[in-house]
Design a protein. Structure first.
Length: 417
């Protein structure tokens, strides 16, 4: 059925542009709806060229994070000034205000998707968790297939896990109000009920959906569809050089907060001599500044970097630390593999590391992470072999593989339409 078309919508980005590209290349994409996409010949983006050189130099790198040249501009529809507010306040160091803008945008965004469904009808829509309820309700009235991309595990399981972390490490939480609220949980349960298919990036993410009793979706809806990394930015690189006569350079990349186990990294790293290791942290700080200050003297912290800088940062590192408690499927892990970067990680991150290219944490404790870091420090020669194997494993997560899985799914849905 060559006329079987899919509309993709996401109020942010995540991997939605890769989903859209996969469908576009198979002539299955009807439209891609998002909040911000840098189209230089459309307003307000066209106005950037008229800004003073200094302002343009500051703004353009951020906009380029929201530009993907492989997508056909004629299929892209944008809406949502709230995303600008979220990004501005996050960059100014006011994440709570940024979150308010994001939530407001998430509430308003679906109405524009529904209007687009009516203007350009499709056979299926592909939405993302916590942003699809209204669109799915409208789709059901129009006999449109609904595909939900569940980008992170079930919030009830998140609340359960993070409550245990808070009880042990309260000083690393910015607020006591860390739990996901019941309204968000209820909305997700309804999204699951309306979805014909629920996609997950990893087995861990899928397993959390089936751990909430009566609130679990029907198991036959739940499928795993692994993500891919951006090969244009993270092209395969030579294996890492040997670590000789210098400290091991560990890297932490992402939101530096309790969910991703940043407190475990800080606690473990403070026990390691300065002569043995360094630590580079890249990402927004999601722990109290006063708490972070107790550990900051030995850490290189890069608050904001452009996406174009991340590959070189990974290639300069010796080992990625990813002791996350809760993920969907961390694309940073796939990017690390493509850079030949060995990994110490938890089982909850998506791709499960084995001893051929890193170390898997048997439990999420500071002692376990410390022991694994010391294993690398005491045996730095293992990093070279791990790097070679990481590059080999990355080939399992190319766009080609992702596209093939997306198209297999759509073809199966088209065959039952």
């Amino acid at each position: 059925m060559s006329d079987y078309k899919v509309g993709v919508f996401h109020p942010g980005t995540q991997h939605s542009w890769q989903t859209s590209r996969a469908l576009q290349e198979a002539d299955r994409l009807a439209w891609y709806k998002t909040s911000i996409f840098y189209l230089q010949d459309r307003w307000p983006y066209k106005g950037v060229r008229y800004l003073p050189k200094s302002a343009r130099a500051s703004i353009e790198p951020e906009l380029m994070r929201l530009y993907h040249p492989a997508l056909d501009p004629s299929l892209i529809h944008t809406a949502g000034w709230e995303s600008w507010g979220m990004r501005i306040f996050n960059r100014l160091g006011y994440p709570r205000l940024g979150m308010r803008f994001m939530r407001r945008g998430d509430r308003r965004f679906p109405s524009s998707v529904i209007k687009l469904m009516d203007r350009q009808p499709v056979q299926a829509i592909w939405g993302y968790n916590n942003a699809s309820l209204a669109a799915f309700r409208a789709a059901k009235k129009r006999n449109i297939i609904t595909i939900l991309d569940q980008t992170i595990g079930h919030p009830e399981v998140y609340n359960r896990i993070m409550t245990e972390v808070y009880e042990k490490y309260p000083e690393f939480f910015i607020s006591q109000n860390f739990k996901i609220n019941q309204e968000t949980i209820d909305n997700l349960i309804q999204e699951h009920a309306l979805a014909d298919v629920i996609l997950n990036g990893s087995d861990f993410c899928a397993s959390t959906l089936l751990q909430v009793g009566a609130n679990s979706p029907s198991p036959e809806k739940v499928r795993v569809l692994p993500y891919c990394y951006d090969e244009a930015r993270f092209s395969q690189s030579p294996p890492h050089a040997k670590v000789q006569g210098r400290p091991v350079n560990f890297l932490f990349l992402g939101q530096a907060g309790p969910r991703k186990g940043f407190h475990l990294v800080l606690k473990a790293f403070e026990r390691i001599p300065a002569s043995a290791a360094t630590l580079t942290v890249v990402g927004d700080l999601h722990v109290p500044k006063a708490t972070f200050a107790r550990y900051a003297d030995r850490i290189t912290w890069k608050h904001t970097v452009s996406r174009s800088e991340v590959p070189s940062i990974m290639r300069d590192a010796d080992c990625l630390l990813f002791p996350s408690y809760f993920e969907g499927s961390a694309i940073s892990i796939l990017e690390a593999l493509a850079c030949g970067l060995p990994i110490i990680q938890s089982r909850n991150t998506g791709v499960v590391v084995d001893d051929a290219f890193g170390l898997l944490l048997k439990e999420l404790t500071e002692d376990e992470l410390y022991e694994k870091m010391m294993t690398v420090i005491d045996n730095p020669a293992i990093l070279e072999g791990w790097s070679v194997e990481a590059l080999a494993r990355a080939k399992n997560f190319t766009f080609r593989n992702y596209k093939q899985n997306v198209l297999q799914l759509v073809e199966s849905l088209a065959g039952t339409a």
